[in-house]
Design a protein around this ligand. Structure first.
Ligand code: HXC
Ligand code: NAP
Length: 294
């Protein structure tokens, strides 16, 4: 069978030649998938995460697979001093930074009333504070140097719907999305574009282990996705690369949803009627017709 187009690379291979991109949380999951693709399109890639061995191993493997340049940066994005030091290391190695992907996140499912203050802070500090720490640090640099730049936030659809059981993540993703929309306006004059992607379900070890613990049972969400499949990492990487590239030069302040229609399925009041069979509809229509006629 032919490979589905969404599992294939999309952009010309020299799209990012001579540019440097930093992906936070780029040692695992979706961050790693995006980084691997950006490298294959010619970018120099800097990846950060808190666990030194994870980012170092990922950076080495990705460089070997692509023949490109990578830099592993152990960094906790919650700490502004560590973020500043990370940017200095990128500058020292590659000269400058052209784009930032705010991908690092923390999350877990838990009834909100069971959360300690520390648990709430643990997620907000990574997802909201970490995102603005990195964005502020690169933005200041670009504005001072009078050079353009691009920021991409990895958000989620509950940034605007909200969601129970992941409230610290939801409030953080919502705040970060408002930052995207605010800065698109404020920093456009400096040539800085800032966008977001809201992925639906893309299987990763990090997300699945924390959001679908096996003790909760096998709650298959495929029925709630109109396109009836999970996302492929490459199709997310394709979208991320497009939004980071000059092919999207007129797009800023946007949040592009890539979820197979899942959030709308949950929102539409009558979408649950999908469970009604064709025979049941025959019976319903016959009964309604009979009532109308007499
Ligand atoms: C309740 C929990 C908890 C849980 C931790 N805590 N896990 N409370 N339920 N499952 C509490 C702890 O008891 C502690 O509070 C506080 O949170 C901090 O915990 P630490 O383990 O000390 O924090 P830290 O080492 O900073 O780890 C942060 C973390 C962890 C978020 C808790 O899971 C992590 O490192 N995550 C990084 C990767 C990740 O989460 N990836 C998934 C992203 S998926 P006390 O009061 O006891 O001190 C994603 C998908 C979004 O974002 C959209 C999906 C559709
Ligand atoms: P993941 O593999 O767990 O990725 C999270 C990454 O963030 C890890 O590499 C982690 O590394 C890093 N990180 C966490 N805290 C950090 C900190 N304080 N400083 C620096 N790095 C930190 O999960 P994922 O599924 O790929 O998620 C990636 C992004 O996609 C997240 O923004 C998530 O919200 C978003 N998303 C995912 C899905 C999905 O279905 N997978 C859906 C919607 C949105 P360390 O632990 O080593 O720091």
């Amino acid at each position: 069978m032919a490979t589905a187009p969404y599992t294939r690379p999309m952009l010309p291979p020299d799209t990012f030649r001579g540019t440097t991109i930093l992906v936070t949380g780029g040692g695992t999951g979706l961050g790693r998938a995006m980084g691997q693709y950006l490298l294959s399109l010619g970018a120099n890639l800097a990846v950060c995460g808190r666990r030194r061995e994870v980012v170092e191993q990922a950076a080495a493997e990705m460089a070997e697979a692509s023949g490109g340049q990578t830099l592993a940066l152990p960094c906790d994005v919650r700490e502004p001093e560590q973020v500043e030091a990370m940017l200095a290391a990128v500058r020292e190695r590659f000269g400058r930074l052209d784009a930032l992907v705010n991908n690092a996140a923390g999350n877990f499912v838990c009834p909100t009333e069971r959360l300690s203050y520390n648990a709430f802070n643990a997620v907000v500090d990574i997802v909201l504070k970490g995102t603005y720490n990195c964005t502020l640090a690169v933005g200041k640099q670009w504005i001072e140097e009078k050079t353009p730049g691009t920021v991409l936030n990895i958000s989620t659809t509950y940034a605007w719907t909200g969601s129970g059981y992941v409230v610290p993540s939801a409030v953080s993703k919502a705040g970060a999305l408002v930052m995207v929309r605010s800065l698109a306006s404020e920093w456009g004059k400096y040539g800085i574009r800032i966008n977001a992607i809201a992925p639906g379900s893309f299987p990763t070890e990090g997300a699945w282990s924390r959001l679908r613990p096996e003790e909760l049972g096998d709650d298959d969400k495929l029925d709630r996705i109109p396109l009836h499949r999970y996302g492929e990492h490459q199709e997310l990487a394709n979208l991320a690369a497009y939004l980071l590239s000059d092919f999207s030069a007129y797009i800023t302040g946007a949040c592009i949803t890539i979820d197979g229609g899942a959030w709308l399925r949950g929102a539409g009041m009558f979408n649950e009627l999908e469970r009604v069979s064709s025979e049941q509809w025959d019976a319903v229509q016959a009964a309604v017709k009979k009532r109308r006629e007499g």
